[in-house]
Design a protein around this ligand. Structure first.
Ligand SMILES: CC(C)(COP(=O)(O)OP(=O)(O)OC[C@H]1O[C@@H](n2cnc3c(N)ncnc32)[C@H](O)[C@@H]1OP(=O)(O)O)[C@@H](O)C(=O)NCCC(=O)NCCS
Length: 281
């Protein structure tokens, strides 16, 4: 039976996460912490399956967009159905219209269980990495790249809207949420200006294990001139100057230009994660 995680389950959950890490075909979005103290802080609201005193399954459901997102389900044997049924009950309780799950591309077992439970694949997100190296590339003539010190939410939203093709997650944020996000010491935003007008942006998040490009976009009329590459080069230089051991970038499967850019610059494909969604009545 699925039941709320208790403090004494943390060791068992850690063993389950380590079991997942041992084989990419078991991977799914799950808590990132791999030590008991840190894990304890991050799994509030998690649910577990217990069998013979051992934790053999885990799931959590959190608000996400207009619905809920799952961590897991992660399970060692039998079926994921009880964990997915828990998610349905949570959706019902909170009035969520959609549930999202994020299995690794090679996690066939979970993908089959998700399909059987009424989830459908929406898209794949590819994650590429590179170790520190010189990626410097100058912007084309007349274009300048600068770090944004004081965010104007209107300018950001206009630029984001102009350069974004399909994934307008940030546009749902309030001006205050945007200002707070870009004031974080680990978040860095650069704009590319052409004749004084912002025409492209790159968002970088720095951390001890990797720096990550959260978003890269160039307005369609000025694409194909080297601005995207120059923005990425600036973000890489900033990240490596700060000592980041790796730089991660991402693209969805339909973002062919970005994938071509990462491959052209020699980034290595590290991960492919699917987004599945289940529409609820
Ligand atoms: C990805 C993106 C930022 C590229 O910006 P850009 O300014 O047009 O790219 P550049 O002119 O600097 O191109 C650099 C390299 O990328 C690759 N590339 C870019 N556009 C390409 C296209 N249409 N077809 C094939 N390769 C392309 C090429 O390798 C190119 O180098 P090359 O011309 O020397 O071969 C832009 O297409 C964009 O904003 N896309 C939508 C948002 C997005 O997908 N963001 C990424 C996920 S966060």
């Amino acid at each position: 039976m699925v039941r709320p995680l208790r403090p004494e389950d943390i060791g068992g959950l850690l063993r389950l996460l380590n079991w997942m890490d041992a084989d990419p075909s078991r991977r799914v979005l799950a808590p990132e912490a791999r030590d008991e103290a840190e894990l304890r802080w991050t799994v509030d609201g998690g649910q577990v399956l217990e069998q013979g005193g051992e934790i053999v399954g885990y799931v959590a459901a959190y608000p996400f967009r207009q619905g809920g997102a799952l961590e897991g389900p992660l399970w060692r044997a039998g079926s994921a159905a009880p964990l997915l049924e828990y998610a349905d009950r949570e959706a019902d309780k909170h009035g969520w219209h959609t549930l999202y799950a994020f299995p690794h591309e090679s996690n066939q077992r979970l993908r089959e269980e998700l399909a059987a439970a009424g989830y459908a694949p929406l898209h794949t997100s590819y994650f590429f990495v590179t170790p520190p190296r010189d990626l410097s590339y100058p912007p084309p003539a007349g274009v300048e790249i600068r770090l944004v010190e004081n965010l104007d939410p209107d300018v950001y939203c206009e630029l984001y809207r102009a350069s974004e093709d399909a994934w307008s997650l940030r546009l749902a944020w309030t001006p205050l949420e945007l200002i707070e996000h870009f004031s974080r010491p680990d978040v860095h935003l650069f704009y590319a200006y052409s004749e004084g007008e912002p025409v492209g942006l790159v968002e970088l998040e720095t951390g001890p294990e990797a720096a990550e490009v959260a978003y890269l976009g160039v307005a369609p009329p000025v694409r194909g001139r080297g601005i995207g590459r120059a923005l990425l080069a600036r973000a890489a230089e900033f990240a490596f100057d700060q000592g980041a051991p790796r730089l991660r970038v991402r693209a969805h499967d339909h973002e062919k230009e970005a994938i071509a850019l990462y491959r052209r610059l020699g980034f290595n494909l590290e991960d492919a994660v699917l987004t599945y969604a289940k529409e609820l009545g």
